[in-house]
Design a protein around this ligand. Structure first.
Ligand code: IMP
Length: 424
């Protein structure tokens, strides 16, 4: 079966784009299934760096059809800007297809994201302020406007005007500045709709036709398992379902069609924004991970929180996503460390457990139990075969496999596109 899913197994920023880029060469369609431009996917190709937020990474391959599927929330301004920037650099975006069923992020969603974060004060989630939560909230309360609504321009105008006026009342009530709804209607139902229209498609039909033709499909997750609205560290999560189940809902491809489900796991852990983080390092080692791993957000520029690899989390991610394999990324970031720690269990009220807790207060209270590995203290740069990894680095890969019970199929050993150890 030809459908591969790529899922982040931690709190995002695991280096998904690089593995997606690698896998895209063997796939015909690359599909985003959830999230929006809160994602930041960086690819280094031919010495050039591409930072993508919404357009699927596969766009860089001329044989790939990039698809933004129904589960995504689309800011059309970012979409067009990204298309323009890619086109200016010689990347052909004409194959891009955007689902008519995907919901639009509109100016009031940005306003609501800012207002809600402001009102939360010390309890703020630390969202990317891209309007993601409010857009999904409108979808869930059946008040959203979808990409396909742009096709009936008169109705689209009415929808924008009615919703815009109602949203403005709310914005003012919450202490925000009213938006110029008339200008928004002109812009969105005018130039924006004109330019987005050629990309709009029935992507469910397109994907099923592709399946019937035997095409190979890659479903590209954004964010990650522990930012999932159901299974993540709620409320410090995003508003979509990055887990593999979300890939089905967000594309219309049923679960029996999924074959490979690749969990992207950084060799240490990072998180942006608030919420519990059992293996967090707040000392010089944490700073070293930030510096060496360049752990700053692609979208917001925020410094990421850093810590050791957490295997109770990873085992939970294996179960939640039915992962078939792991890509262990950024192993080279640990090259200079004298000692590398891996959390294999938690201690909860004096008791050891490998189980990931179901409540935030329990997760905030766990103490990690570590296995200490001697550092390899040599550069992994240039290594391309698993047999060539230093014994001590190999020990880390083996530990992960033993502890989580599925193979580590890829190991990231550097920033370049080809800096990956692949195992057959
Ligand atoms: P939102 O998705 O903007 O609503 O943000 C909700 C939470 O998800 C915040 O903690 C963000 O930092 C986090 N988040 C959203 N997108 C990403 C991502 O692509 N990588 C890492 N964290 C993210």
């Amino acid at each position: 079966m030809p459908v591969t899913v790529v899922v982040g197994s931690q709190w995002g920023d695991e280096g998904k784009a690089k593995i997606i880029d690698l896998l895209a060469s063997d796939h015909d369609l690359v599909v985003r299934y959830q999230g929006g431009h809160n994602a930041g996917h960086t690819i280094v190709a031919g010495g050039e760096k591409y930072a993508l937020q919404l357009v699927p990474s596969g766009v860089l391959y001329s044989h790939v059809t990039p698809v933004i599927a129904n589960g995504v929330v689309v800011d059309p301004v970012t979409l067009l800007d990204e298309i323009d920037r890619l086109t200016a650099r010689g990347v052909d975006c004409s194959r891009l297809r955007v689902s008519s069923q995907a919901h639009l992020i509109l100016p009031w969603h940005f306003a609501h994201d800012r207002l809600a974060e402001g009102r939360r004060g010390d309890n703020k989630i630390g969202t990317t302020l891209k309007g993601i939560g409010p857009a999904y909230a409108d979808k869930a309360r059946r008040a959203g406007i979808r990409v396909g609504d742009m096709l009936d321009r008169a109705r689209f105008r009415e929808q924008l005007s009615a919703l815009g006026d109602a949203e403005n009342d709310l914005i003012v009530h919450l202490g925000g500045e009213p938006l110029d709804v008339a200008a928004i209607v002109e812009q969105y139902a005018g130039a924006i709709a004109d330019r987005v229209t050629p990309y709009i498609a029935n992507t469910v039909a397109l994907l099923h036709d592709a399946l019937a033709d035997g095409s190979r499909i890659l479903l590209e997750g954004a964010q990650a398992t522990f930012l999932d609205i159901d299974h993540g560290t709620y409320p410090y999560v995003t508003s979509s379902s990055p887990t593999a189940g979300g890939a089905c809902i967000g594309t219309g491809i049923g679960p029996r069609d999924l074959s490979r489900i690749v969990g992207i796991t950084k060799a240490y852990t990072t998180r942006v924004g608030s919420g519990p983080f059992p293996t967090e390092l707040t000392d010089a080692l944490g700073d070293a991970l930030v510096d060496i791993g360049r752990e700053f957000g692609t979208v917001t520029g925020r410094r990421r929180r850093t810590g050791w690899l957490d295997l109770p989390m990873l085992r939970h991610a294996v179960r939640l996503n039915s992962l078939t394999e792991i890509a262990l990324t950024k192993l080279d970031v640990l090259d200079t460390f004298e000692r590398v720690r891996v959390c294999t269990e938690y201690r909860v009220q004096g008791r050891r457990t490998g189980e990931y807790p179901d409540r935030l207060d329990l997760l905030a209270a766990v103490e990690p139990v570590y296995v200490d590995l001697p550092g390899w203290q040599t550069s992994l740069e240039g290594i391309r075969r698993i047999e060539d990894l230093p014994v001590r680095a190999r020990a880390m890969v083996d530990l992960v496999e033993q502890e989580v019970g599925i193979p580590v199929r890829y190991v990231g050993v550097g920033a370049d596109r080809d800096a990956v150890v692949q195992r057959s």
